[in-house]
Write a protein that binds this ligand. Structure first.
Ligand code: IVH
Length: 759
């Protein structure tokens, strides 16, 4: 097979699997096998750039950031829909059609009205040429590069038609929306109000690579310009779109008359929350497209269709009060205390107001009537103040300038919307910290729930999580908890579980403890990375290495003025990086890049800063003293468990693995191996994750460097079983479901085991 043929075959195979995965949600091959196909295609295309075509799957995320969007004209225009909330108006619609076309016979289709943003896709000779927003219906924005990143949208469709314009809706899944907002909030940024806004904001990002990270998808339900193809009915058109590989409305009904339409919209109404996207109604269309020219359209909307909107799941009620909750890190969150009201199936008496900015922007006042809805259908939120119902005495809400729990000062960090209580002894923060301390990724003391945490802090038994160690089991078991209904119960036997967990805590690895400390900005991943820098917890008191890291970042971030000596500047950075190298935290040293971009460290500047500030606070001094007194000095995980399984071996890592890359770097080093930035003759293995980088992969292929998928790599780490302990053949068959067995020799994982089948 020539490379040209192989490329074509790979594209077809990938296309088929893309469709199975992204459109039909029934994948046939593992991610791993898919990635192999993908890497091979990338490699061949890199070798033959002249063979790259715009519909190659590798071209989905391409192109550099742009400064703005080109305008495109829609022909025919993208019209809207006439909407109604009344069945009576739908009956009138039906009557009107009968009046206008007394001789005609038709049926109706009913499908969900997807709450996203309209999209036009233009295919010329089957190839995706252009994607555009609706804009004002006449002129929209060219968002081709961004839309190409949506994997369910085919880059080529199997048709002979010269021109096909497919129309539909871009949306963000509810799940994707929730995850995106969590990320936004963690980063201190303002969350998106709803999936629609998030989708709209995403398609208007100027960098396609960023868009590719956003959980966007699209449903296609119509056509615009057509040449070389016609469709007699809407349902036949949807069928063809589906055959071409588009996602079409996942729920459709064909109705013989308006009575059946009513039935269908009831059915859809009952299911409206079961779709991955939000729907804001049903769309009723005449199925016979041949009748459309007879019906024509108004300036606003075609006459063949109507949108029926479900009564919005919103409610109005009185805002009795605004309370402010204080979280573990001191963030103050305003909460609406509401006159209880029914909303989408439940009674709501509290709703989040997100942050001070939101209360101020919407000018929400105590005593106001407010509108509520369920965002993403779960979390009730206050959307707006009901105009005209404000009591005359209502005054603008003043966000507390002191912590409502402890009374100390609050402050707002630059670039964040959050306002925080700065007192680490705040009881609310104490409870929050205790909750974190006992959580699963930290010390994992399941017996202490949030009620117990609160009770312990309130009783004065715990001001700091470490106080847990001072409470004796007897006291703990007789400790009384008051339930919501007022009844009392003793903590009882659970006290033993707590004692057990505490006894075990000293043996937990360092990163679990670092996580447990709840240092702002240091979650589990950062804790793992940082813990690898120190031989033990007590060793952290020496902040010299952190200071070196910070000095390195300070050098990199320094702004240069024309008078500055550039060589001196570069010299300092190189020197500082060299000094850091023995600590194994340099992930990349690529002299080809610009000086500010040359190095990549395992430890990000925010991480180093966060840990440094924590260590310098008086709180930490005390913490170290107490841990020392308890005889607790946790060590990093891998250092303890590691042997020299990788001694003398050198690794290059490419692609996305199950953990941050630095995690694997640490694993390799801690097992005696070395990590390199690029593949060379000296490289023992390429550790290969998802979407491996082309150059490393190609080089490894060229040099015949063995490639290890993650599972095989992990197997390398465990010491080779001794002959007598080797499982009998039957046992290894039983284990066949597991990814891989430990190898008897590292060479068991040479390329052929994993890549041979493709050759
Ligand atoms: S048909 C000529 N079908 O709703 C109009 N529109 O409020 C063709 N929409 O601009 C539209 N789901 O963006 C149609 N199943 C569906 C729809 C749908 C959502 C949007 C569309 C339109 C808007 C009107």
């Amino acid at each position: 097979m020539t490379d040209t043929e192989r490329i074509r075959a790979l594209r077809e195979t990938i296309l088929r699997h893309d469709r199975l995965y992204y459109v039909e949600a029934r994948p046939e091959i593992s991610d791993y096998d898919y990635d192999r196909l993908w890497s091979e295609l990338e490699r061949l295309e890199a070798a033959h750039p002249e063979l790259i075509t715009p519909d190659s799957p590798t071209q989905r995320v391409s192109g550099a950031p742009i400064s703005g969007f080109e305008k495109v004209r829609h022909d025919p225009p993208m019209r809207s829909l006439d909407k109604t909330y009344e069945r009576g108006e739908l009956a009138q619609f039906d009557a009107f059609l009968h009046e206008k076309m007394p001789d005609a016979v038709w049926d109706y289709t009913v499908e969900p009205k997807v709450d996203g943003l309209s999209l036009s896709l233009l295919y010329r000779d089957g190839l995706l040429l252009r994607a555009a927003t609706r804009g004002n219906g006449e002129v929209g924005d060219d968002i081709t590069a961004n839309v190409k990143t949506i994997r369910s949208i085919p880059l080529r469709i199997p048709t002979d038609a010269a021109l096909v314009e497919v129309r539909g809706e871009i949306y963000m899944t509810r799940e994707g929306f929730a995850a995106l907002n969590r990320r936004e909030e963690e980063a201190g940024r303002e969350p998106f109000a709803n999936p629609r806004n998030a989708a709209a904001g995403s398609v208007k990002l100027l960098d396609p690579r960023e868009v590719a990270q956003r959980p966007l998808d699209a449903v296609l339900y119509g056509v615009g310009a057509l040449s070389g193809v016609t469709f007699a009915t809407h349902s036949a058109m949807l069928r063809t779109l589906a055959e071409w590989g588009f996602k079409t409305p996942p729920w459709q009904r064909l109705c013989m008359d308006i009575e059946q339409v009513f039935h269908a919209i009831d059915e859809l109404g009952a299911r409206r929350h079961t779709f991955p996207f939000e729907i804001d109604g049903a769309v009723i269309k005449v199925n016979q497209r041949t009748l459309y020219p007879r019906l024509g359209s108004t300036a606003h909307a075609p006459r063949f269709a109507r949108a029926y909107k479900y009564a919005p799941e919103v409610a109005e009620t009185r805002l009795n009060d605004i309370t402010v909750q204080v979280g573990r890190t001191g963030v103050l969150t305003p909460v609406a205390e509401l006159e209880p009201v029914h909303l989408a199936g439940s009674v709501i008496s509290r709703a989040t107001l997100h942050n001070a900015d939101m209360v101020q922007t919407k000018d929400i006042r105590i005593g106001d009537w407010v509108q509520l809805s369920k965002h993403g259908d779960v979390i009730p939120a206050v959307d707006a103040v009901v105009p005209g119902k404000r009591p005359p005495e209502a005054v603008p809400y003043r966000f507390p300038d002191h912590c409502p729990v402890c009374g100390s000062e609050v402050s707002k960090l630059e670039g964040e919307v959050a306002i925080r209580c700065i007192n680490p002894d705040c009881p609310a923060q104490r409870v929050g910290r205790l909750e974190l301390f006992v959580s699963r990724n930290a010390l994992d003391i399941a017996a202490i729930g949030s009620r117990m945490a609160e009770a312990l802090v309130q009783a004065g038994l715990v001001t700091r999580p470490l106080d847990l160690f001072a409470i004796n089991t007897e006291t703990l078991s007789t400790f009384k908890l008051i339930s919501e209904d007022g009844s009392e119960r003793r903590f009882g036997k659970k006290a033993n579980d707590v004692a057990q967990a505490l006894a075990n805590a000293a043996t937990l690895p360092l990163h679990r403890w670092l996580t447990a400390f709840g240092i702002p900005g240091i979650g589990e991943t950062a804790a793992r990375t940082l813990s690898a820098l120190f031989p033990s917890l007590s060793a952290m008191q020496d902040t010299a290495l952190l200071e070196e890291i910070l000095a390195f970042y300070a050098a990199i971030e320094r702004k240069l003025s024309p008078e500055d000596d550039r060589d001196l500047f570069m010299g300092e950075i190189v020197a500082r990086a060299e000094a850091l190298k023995p600590h194994g935290l340099i992930l990349r040293d690529d002299p080809e890049r610009s000086i500010r971009d040359r190095y990549l460290l395992t430890v990000k500047p925010e991480m180093a800063r966060a840990l440094f500030h924590f260590l310098k606070a008086p709180y930490a001094t005390d913490l170290f003293a107490r841990l020392a007194a308890l005889g607790i000095d946790p060590k990093p995980e891998i250092k303890q468990a590691s042997g020299n399984a990788l001694a003398g071996l050198s690794f290059v890592i490419t692609g996305t693995l199950s953990h941050a890359r630095e995690h694997f770097e640490a694993l390799i080093r801690d097992h005696g191996g070395t990590v390199q930035g690029a593949v060379s003759k000296k490289t023992s293995y390429l550790l290969i994750g998802e979407n491996p980088g082309g150059s490393k992969y190609n080089k490894a292929q060229a040099l015949n460097t063995p490639m290890l998928p993650e599972a095989a790599f992990m197997a390398l780490l465990s010491p080779t079983p001794q002959a007598p302990e080797m499982p009998p053949p039957e046992a290894s068959k039983e284990a066949a479901g597991k990814p891989l067995q430990a190898p008897s020799h590292p060479d068991a994982y040479v390329q052929d085991d994993f890549f041979g089948s493709l050759k």
